[in-house]
Design a binder for this molecule. Structure first.
Ligand SMILES: [Zn+2]
Ligand SMILES: [Zn+2]
Length: 302
């Protein structure tokens, strides 16, 4: 499972940063979270083919989070896409997408299904679910939690103790069946552990709020907006400072925090934002357009 921060500037792009977009690649499928201007060019630079994008989740309908949609949809058409594309977002997503699709002259070779979703609704994919949750931004706005289904993993240490090695019978144990081994019965719970799936959470735009912290709990990776330094936060209503993003990461006990959605005033010194977040949380990275983050599978402790 790999995650890219595709666009990382807030409100307006800079020479080095496009507008909000993040991509999760899971089991060959690509899922886009927001699609600001510049999204397709950064994906192309990283050789991340657009055609594998199956779903797009829009956090909210401010232009810096959707202004790349029209171009992306048209490129897919010109490349001869046939697979359907699914677009999800908060209330009014159907209405706004309809308008985008009704702009200009172009044909469409594939279907686009658009859906307004609400908190509590889960979009279920192959081996994962995406859960929207409400955040505080003054308009209908979601953060998203991408959650891999839990899996059954054999504990190698315990297998060794039982002398099971890499016996094909382990498959049976994973399916919940007991097996006979060296004249003894081995039950699944002796070897197999249920491992929670990986979790990646994206804040969209929000001020610091309780629902954000709750939904980010125990995430492997939290991609959180950090529009400005804390000294500016009173002028940026509906947004989070780097310091607050650090607090959220710490209160939600996540593994890693990636800061994104930087105001252009920090375009030459984003490191200041990272340093501020580091006061509250110790594993902080700055988003960069095209930067990749690997999220490793959970393994039983051995
Ligand atoms: Zn924004
Ligand atoms: Zn916004």
């Amino acid at each position: 499972m790999r995650v890219w921060t595709v666009g990382s500037s807030s409100a307006v792009p800079t020479a080095d940063r496009g507008l909000a977009a993040n991509l999760i690649e899971y089991d060959g499928e690509r899922i886009l979270f927001d699609c600001g201007e510049g999204t397709q060019r950064t994906l192309m630079k990283e050789k991340l083919g657009l055609m594998k994008i199956s779903r797009i989740f829009i956090s909210h309908w401010h232009a810096d989070h959707f202004s790349g949609l029209l171009g992306l949809i048209q490129t897919m058409e010109l490349e001869g896409r046939e697979e359907p594309l699914y677009i999800y977002g908060p209330p009014r997503t159907e209405e706004f997408t309809e308008k985008i699709l009704d702009t200009g002259y172009f044909r469409r070779s594939y279907d686009i299904f658009v859906q307004d979703i609400v908190e509590g609704e889960e979009i279920v994919g192959e081996g994962y679910t995406v859960k929207p949750f409400e955040v505080e931004h003054g308009v209908n706005a979601f953060g998203y939690s991408f959650e891999e289904a839990s899996t059954k993993k054999a504990n190698k240490e315990k297998m060794k103790e039982l002398g099971l090695g890499s016996s094909p019978k382990v498959g049976k144990l994973k399916e919940g069946e007991s097996i006979e081994w060296n004249g003894e019965t081995v039950t699944p719970d002796q070897v197999v552990e249920e491992m929670p799936g990986r979790k990646v959470v994206y804040s969209g735009d929000t001020e610091k709020c309780e629902n954000m912290i709750e939904n980010a709990e125990d995430a492997d990776l939290l991609i959180h907006e950090a529009t400005c330094l804390h000294e500016m936060i009173d002028d940026r209503k509906g947004h989070t400072s780097a310091l607050q993003a650090g607090e959220i990461a710490s209160e939600a006990s996540v593994d890693k925090l990636v800061l994104t959605h930087f105001s252009r005033r920090y375009r030459n010194n984003e490191e200041e934002l990272r340093e501020e977040a580091l006061k509250e949380f110790d594993d902080v990275e700055l988003a960069q357009d095209g930067k990749k983050f690997e999220v490793k599978p959970h393994r039983p402790e051995e």
